[in-house]
Design a protein around this ligand. Structure first.
Ligand code: GLY
Length: 282
């Protein structure tokens, strides 16, 4: 029997220090939602989806409602989910008008023959699956523009269930002032999101750099090569910093339930829950 556990992040980058407590409360609420599933014998894939939905619903985080705006003042969301037990994955990119993009990514995984759908095609699929389209303005919350520009907010969760199955989920509005059509690392399997039988990883930070480093898969590779959860996480981030720089963070959990995180930015709200208790950091 594996030790179940979940670790959640709320994005890296400089944040308004007055929001730290609220951000910590948010990642804790998300981790608790996932843990409620794991502790009752539920699956890692359901746990990470539930955790990310909580963060998408909280306007303080850059995912779902509260996502940053692109250069045209519109929200375009990206999300991915991956089941490490089956290597099944689902992702969406450039989607407007869906309150919980991670649920749509999950549906792409479960109900389509594809891994990723984008833009209008993803929204057409959403409608065919009974998702209710919201007014895209519902996703926009008022915030100071400079605050958006400092943040690389993204949210993510990785979990290990009682059977040792792993899963990862990541959701984001991307980066502020992005060109319409820009896609970051979060929905790209192996870049911002990855899970297999050994590890599950979710990344946050400068997507253009994370993509070129295939950061999530790099962390998985370093773990495969014998690194512990913490070593793989630290070394993957170290390679990103050494070769490309930028701000980033990642969370990782292995099939024994060992959770780890690393960040090169000043702040990254993180909450991990397992049978041994709760770890909360920012
Ligand atoms: N890491 C999120 C993004 O760059 O879109």
């Amino acid at each position: 029997m594996s030790k179940p556990g979940i670790i959640v992040h709320g994005g890296c980058g400089r944040i308004d220090e007055s929001t730290i407590e609220e951000r910590q409360a948010g990642v804790k609420q998300a981790a608790e939602a996932g843990w409620a599933i794991l502790s009752q014998g539920g699956s890692a894939i359901d746990a990470v989806e539930a955790a990310v939905v909580v963060l998408e619903d909280l306007p303080l985080f850059n995912a779902g409602r509260g996502s940053v705006l692109n250069r045209e003042g519109r929200v375009e969301t990206d999300a991915a989910i991956m089941n490490g037990a089956t290597l099944a994955a689902g992702a969406i990119a450039g989607v407007t008008g869906i309150l919980n993009p991670i649920r749509l990514a999950r549906r792409v995984m479960d109900a389509s023959p594809h891994v990723m759908l984008i833009g209008d095609g993803a929204e057409l699929f959403a409608r065919s699956q009974g998702f209710v389209r919201c007014d895209p303005r519902e996703l926009i919350v008022e915030r100071r523009q400079e605050e958006w520009e400092r943040e690389h907010g993204t949210v993510g969760a990785v979990a290990c269930d009682q059977a040792g199955r792993l899963a990862a989920a990541t959701s984001t509005g991307g980066i502020a002032n992005k060109l319409p059509g820009r896609v970051g690392d979060s929905p790209l399997i192996g870049c911002g999101t990855y899970a297999d039988a050994r590890v599950a990883v979710s990344c946050t930070g400068d997507g253009e750099r994370i993509i070129r480093m295939t950061l999530a898969r790099l962390a998985a590779f370093l773990h495969e090569q014998g690194g512990s959860a913490q070593q793989a996480t630290d070394q993957a981030l170290g390679q990103l910093e050494a070769q490309l720089g930028g701000e980033a963070g990642l969370i990782l959990i292995d099939a024994s339930g060992n959770a780890a995180f690393a960040k090169s930015s000043h702040r990254m709200p993180v909450c991990a829950i397992s049978e041994t208790g709760v770890i909360l950091q920012c």
